[in-house]
Write a protein of this length. Structure first.
Length: 268
DNA sequence: ATCCCGGACT
DNA sequence: AGTCCGGGAT
């Protein structure tokens, strides 16, 4: 990547912050710097649009107000709230991460430590350090990637590693938290994917809508009923007999369902 | 009805 | 490189 001039960087920062002063969104997870709450929000936002996350986030922190509460909760109660957000495996990972942090006695404060936790990768490890601790680092999600490309700081082909380096250069000193909130807002309200035509990197699930729906149905069902037989699931969830085996096998493979003797139930 | 969106795991 | 979910846009 060619050098970005200081003037270029300053102009960009000023433009973003000027826009943000007038247009910033008020979101529940922006009212806290508690790393536990930030962790919940970031895991949810990995997979779900802001608007759909708000209500679930509020429910979640009310039900599990502390790391300890989440770590010791039955997984069915966690999935009960999570259910409907999509990617239920991440609810398992979030609780697993909570357990690991409780063990550590102290919330991890480095990227390396955070990435050892289940469900936390390069983006989320950084975002937690930024939003909880205002650390002097940058992170890049698809919103920010799209901004970097649209503003000609990067190209569609630019590799992830390089994107992080570029983002770091653009970071205004001492304002990582505000800066990333501003970028997220700008990316999702102004430089949208539809408007810029910049395609995201990630690929989509190939699972059919139908089978996704059945999986979700079964998980939701099992948050209310435990240790049920296959026939019961077929009947109560209205799942085609010929499909139920594959779906249950998939759920078991993902650790969302366990089979004990002839009964299916949520893990633990 | 069909397409689009998204970070981390394996 | 392939897989994972569910709502919203078109």
């Amino acid at each position: 990547m060619t050098n970005i001039s200081e003037k270029n960087i300053r102009n960009f920062q000023e433009k973003i912050f000027a826009w943000w002063m007038e247009n910033k969104r008020s979101l529940p997870w922006r009212e806290t710097t508690d790393p536990y709450y930030i962790l919940i929000a970031e895991i949810m936002l990995q997979q779900t649009q802001v608007n759909r996350s708000i209500e679930k986030y509020l429910e979640f922190i009310e039900e599990f107000p502390s790391l300890e509460k989440l770590a010791s909760a039955p997984i069915s109660s966690v999935l009960k709230i999570w259910s409907g957000l999509g990617y239920n495996r991440r609810a398992l990972w979030l609780q697993e991460a909570a357990k690991q942090i409780v063990e550590l006695k102290e919330f991890p404060k480095t990227q390396e430590e955070l990435q050892k936790l289940k469900g936390i990768g390069p983006y989320t490890s950084r975002s937690i350090l930024i939003f909880a601790f205002n650390y002097e680092i940058a992170t890049v999600d698809t919103n920010i990637r799209r901004i970097l490309i649209a503003e000609k700081f990067a190209e569609e082909e630019t590799k992830e590693k390089e994107l992080f380096i570029i983002a770091q250069k653009l970071l205004p000193k001492g304002r990582a938290r505000d800066w990333h909130n501003a970028l997220m807002d700008y990316g999702s309200l102004v430089l949208t994917a539809a408007k810029t035509g910049i395609k995201p990197k990630t690929t989509n699930s190939e699972k059919s809508k139908e089978s996704r729906r059945y999986r979700g149905l079964i998980v939701k069902y099992l948050t209310s009923y435990s240790k049920v037989k296959k026939e019961q699931i077929v009947k109560d969830c209205n799942i085609p007999e010929e499909k139920v085996n594959d779906i249950l096998l998939g759920l078991i493979a993902d650790g969302l369902v366990v089979k004990i003797k002839k009964n299916y139930t949520l893990p633990e």
